[in-house]
Design a protein around this ligand. Structure first.
Ligand code: ADP
Length: 475
């Protein structure tokens, strides 16, 4: 079986969030299970390993009436072949997204992916699309390409990594960029709230829709979480599946991670993890103290991640015997607000406003607890990283956080972390206090909790099997 993944980011080449981790890990795991997995990505100028890419071919693509160049490059990592779509007008810029012409950039990418199939004779069985950037491929394929030789029997799977980003734009772009007839807008196939909605089109046209956790799959059917698309998803509910993401156990491994000062595992973490804690405290300017509980946060600074709850209680939290380190980049308002609090609590609170992979690993490896009070969380990988690195998650029970962090039960010695139900700062604060109480007063239970988390199986083995089942059901 041959599956082509089309996505806008992937580890180890370029990453802005969890999508990149998924595209870096799932094809690799599927390859182990006998699937021939191929991945196609844009060739961004900020990409790592760009010197190692091999030129394959080039062809022209029409975006509306304009003919544009499309170069194809290639690389192989861990048995997975990656193709890169080159056009410097569209992708030779800093970063990945956030440009006024993003719709056009990804319309170009979508056509480049479809053309790649015939230009390289790929003979694929399944085309697996991810998020709004590749969503229109489903519609363009079914309306324009599925009749062409070499394209007839391709099945389409669309994965929603975050329904908050839908690719909403001017309806005119359906004809201007995608060369599709406007009746496909007026008949509702791609129309939502008087916009062209790329994600809606993918929900309508794909054979199967998946999302990244079972709880999120249920949540997005409700008005509270569906971001307006719940009614469309309701129509496809029997083709909608929630499969929990995993993390890459080869890369995210505290026993081998080169960014830690001391490697550790679930048997020796009591002795070795503390060395990472002391080094982390020194690195980020906190007082060096092995005894005080250290809470970590690694996140995009957006409303989704519960920054309002954190900011609401941060000063109160600083009155407790605790230290906090926050690593994040994102919305200016949150950056400023965090900076404002940080200067007051020098040595107790450290705010690092940047994107830094090495430091993120040292935070997972050096903290005792990891705070993630998300408003919504399709899956979340950070809490899984925290578990693997022995930092006990404190999370809100939503989406993948609910599925991956069962609540600590002192009586039965079960659960992997601490959680609260409502998006409410008081509930979050009480939950943190409870975690601190267990940390200080019930050391044995705490150590068992850390150990259970480190030994939890949150890799891709099981989830890749679930995707494979879905592919097979389609063929
Ligand atoms: P999302 O994809 O919504 O941002 P996830 O929890 O699924 O959230 O994935 C976030 C990933 O990005 C994790 O691997 C996390 O460690 C990483 N990350 C987030 N912010 C930063 C940062 N400032 N520096 C380094 N890594 C970060």
């Amino acid at each position: 079986m041959r599956v082509l993944f089309a996505a806008s980011e992937a580890v180890p080449f370029i990453k802005s969030g969890g999508l990149a981790d998924v595209i870096g890990a799932l094809p690799k795991e599927l390859t182990k299970k006998g699937v021939e997995a191929l991945v196609v990505l844009p060739k961004y100028s900020d990409m790592k390993m760009s010197d190692e890419l091999e030129y394959v071919t080039s062809y022209d693509i029409y975006i509306g009436w304009r003919k544009v160049y499309c170069g194809i490059f290639k690389a192989e990592v861990d048995g997975v072949v990656y193709y890169f779509i080159d056009n410097e007008t569209y992708f030779r810029r800093p970063g990945l997204y956030g440009y006024h012409d993003d719709n056009e950039r990804f319309a170009f990418f979508d056509f480049a992916v479809l053309e790649l199939i015939s230009h390289l004779n790929l003979d694929i069985d399944v085309l697996h699309l991810h998020d709004w950037q590749t969503a229109m491929i489903a519609m363009v394929y079914k309306e324009r390409y599925s009749y062409f030789p070499g394209y007839e029997n391709i099945k389409i799977v669309f994965t929603i990594h975050n329904i908050a980003f839908q690719g909403k734009c001017d309806p005119k772009l359906l004809t201007d960029l995608f060369s599709l007839d406007s009746y496909l807008y007026y008949n509702g196939n791609a129309r939502h709230d008087d916009c062209l909605n790329m994600m809606k089109a993918a929900i309508v046209y794909s054979d199967i829709i998946t999302t990244v956790s079972p709880t999120y799959a249920k949540e997005i059917l409700t008005p509270e979480y569906g971001e307006g698309l719940h009614t469309v998803l309701e129509l496809r509910r029997y083709d909608l599946y929630g499969i929990l993401n995993g993390i890459d156990y080869d890369i995210n491994n505290p026993e081998t991670d080169g960014s830690l000062v001391a490697n550790f595992n679930s048997d020796n973490f009591r002795v070795e993890k503390v060395k990472n804690k002391l080094a982390l405290q020194k690195e980020v300017g906190l007082e060096q103290d092995s005894r005080v509980p250290l809470i970590g946060v690694v996140t995009r600074l957006t409303r989704q991640k519960g920054l309002d709850l954190i900011l609401n209680k941060l000063e109160l939290l600083m009155e407790e015997e605790v230290q906090v380190v926050i690593l994040g980049a994102g919305d200016q308002v949150y950056e400023q607000a965090l900076k404002d609090v940080a200067w007051k609590y020098d040595g107790k609170l450290s705010v690092q406003l940047k994107y830094d992979f090495g430091l993120s690993c040292r935070i997972y490896g050096g903290t005792d607890m990891f705070l993630m009070p998300s408003l919504f969380e399709p899956c979340g990988l950070s809490q899984m990283m925290a578990l693997r690195y022995g930092s006990v998650p404190i999370v809100r029970e939503t989406g993948g956080l609910k599925d991956s962090v069962p609540a600590f039960d002192d009586e039965n010695q079960t659960g992997l972390g601490f959680s609260f139900v409502n998006f409410n700062a008081e509930e979050m604060f009480d939950t943190i206090l409870y975690a601190l109480h267990v940390y200080y007063n019930n050391r044995e239970s705490w150590d068992d909790l850390v150990k259970r988390g480190m030994n939890a199986k949150l890799d891709w083995e099981h989830s890749a099997q679930e995707y494979l089942k879905i592919y097979k059901s389609l063929l």
